[in-house]
Design a protein around this ligand. Sequence first.
Ligand SMILES: Nc1ncnc2c1ncn2[C@@H]1O[C@H](COP(=O)(O)OP(=O)(O)OP(=O)(O)O)[C@@H](O)[C@H]1O
Length: 584
Amino acid sequence: MSADARPDSSPTPSVARRLRQFVYPHRWGAVLTVLAYIGVAATEPLIPKLVGYAFGDGFTADAFPLWMVPVVLIGLYVIRGVFGFLGQYLFNWTLTRTVVDFRAALVSALLRLDAQVYTRMQPGTAVSKVVNDPQQIIHLVANVGLSVLRDGLPALAMIGFLFYLNWQLTLLSLIVTPLMALVMKKVNQRMRTMSTRAYDSQLLLVNRVDDMTRAWRVVRQFGAAAHERERFAEVSQTVRRNDLKTAAAGALAQPLSQFVASIGLSFIICVALWQARADNTGVKAFAEFVTALMLLTSRLRHLSDLAAPLTRAFVIAKGCFELMDATKEADAGTHELAAPAQGELVMEDVGLTYPGASQPALNGLSLAFAAGRTTALVGASGAGKSSIIHLLLGFGRPDAGRITLDGTDIETLTRLSLRRQFAVVSQDIVLFDDSVANNIAYAQPRDDARLEQALRAAHLWDFVQTLPEGVETNVGANGSKLSGGQRQRLAIARALYKDAPVWIFDEATSALDTESERAVQQALAAWSGRKTLIVIAHRLSTIRDADAIHVMGAGKLVETGTHAELLARDGAYAAMVRAQAGES
Ligand SMILES: Nc1ncnc2c1ncn2[C@@H]1O[C@H](COP(=O)(O)OP(=O)(O)OP(=O)(O)O)[C@@H](O)[C@H]1O
């Protein structure tokens, strides 16, 4: 989300700790992995030992029978192979489980985000953070972890062996450690900065593609392919530059650490040779020590390559944790409604100003929606009609005043209990890439008789019969295989199926032909007296029969009455009716 977020100076410890929390439930897999790799590592010092033995005693005829060479060597590698396989398997067992938990945590965070977060975050960002990022983190950490186990443990074993062979000399070799640490610290700092920039610009790239896919029609209509390509290439170049800088910083790690290691190595070999000459210890001890040292150096070289993927993993994980930590929807209510509400909604002196807005969207608004009645909300665009729905559904909280449902302040209700009382058809139709039936019976038990009833009421039954698989036909991404009117009717059917006490229709019939609109209105009329119906409509002819009409203007209630009363008053509503009559 924070495309402009700068890397903080020490993000790694908390990120590492939080990542560890996800591994913790699967710690036994991790412990067994480590044990398996200890098995591999324990056999490592046997190699220089055998080399030393072969050099020392192997050249004399009666030292050991030659058949022992393949038996010992093959045996050693079989043991290493078994431990190696187990280690890798258990490692992935742990990681795949961790990824599932990590994704689950991200999805549950996503499902509880505050409505305002959705106004800032592009869907692509969420997809990237929930789907791709955990996988990427795990891949990177897996490779790092495996290398640490594969190279780090044998390196430790080898260091132990070197101490055993010649502790003074081994201790001397540690003098390069502080220098090595300093070099790696500098390289890591640079990599972290560049990785964060690369990650942020990559999210921008995801959002560009997201835009292009959603707005493909607009792009084609404007002949804007070249324009979009340019916009994409711009961000793509930024990603490339940041990736390159990260890679360059990472590529410095190995040569720099090797340079430091070579200083230590040459120094130690000199001292070892000097010792061998002085003590006359012979070729065996020297061969053992130098073979072990060389093996250690090659292991350490692999380890110095791990800084780059580890840094990248931490940067991505930090992005995921930002999503996990984003503001959650407040749900302070504790009260659950025992039965479906009657549906009387009252707003008392309600004020609402959106964050960052200069004008209030609602300003001291007081109005009521009577239970079992149809109330229409009308008013100019931007008057605050949808903001009322926003508050009724508990997506936002009023800055002032209160809203009650059957006399209970909705703030005291849990969000779940509150929203159970509403079925909404909003201006923006949202359908799932699923069958007609699953779109209608969304998140509710399937009841075929009720499904048919909802489809008939939404004037969609006959159409659905013509579909190749009837109600099981897939409607495409966001209902892309349906016409605008069919999508709207499907959303109406979904609302009717929910059978909530309050129905909200926000411009819900704007895309319907006259016949469908009449059919839907007749179906709704059949529920009259049993449902509280709130209708927002710009076409005033559709709300003529409402029990009450609230006329909104600039976040305030301008006038209220029935169609006839408002016409008689000859105020704002009458002017709107005249204006529309003039248009038609
Ligand atoms: N998330 C938001 N952040 C900031 N301002 C917002 C937000 N949503 C709505 N607004 C502003 O609040 C005011 C009321 O908007 P609202 O959507 O409630 O109007 P409306 O009457 O439903 O309009 P329309 O008939 O065009 O749908 C508008 O000025 C709008 O710009």
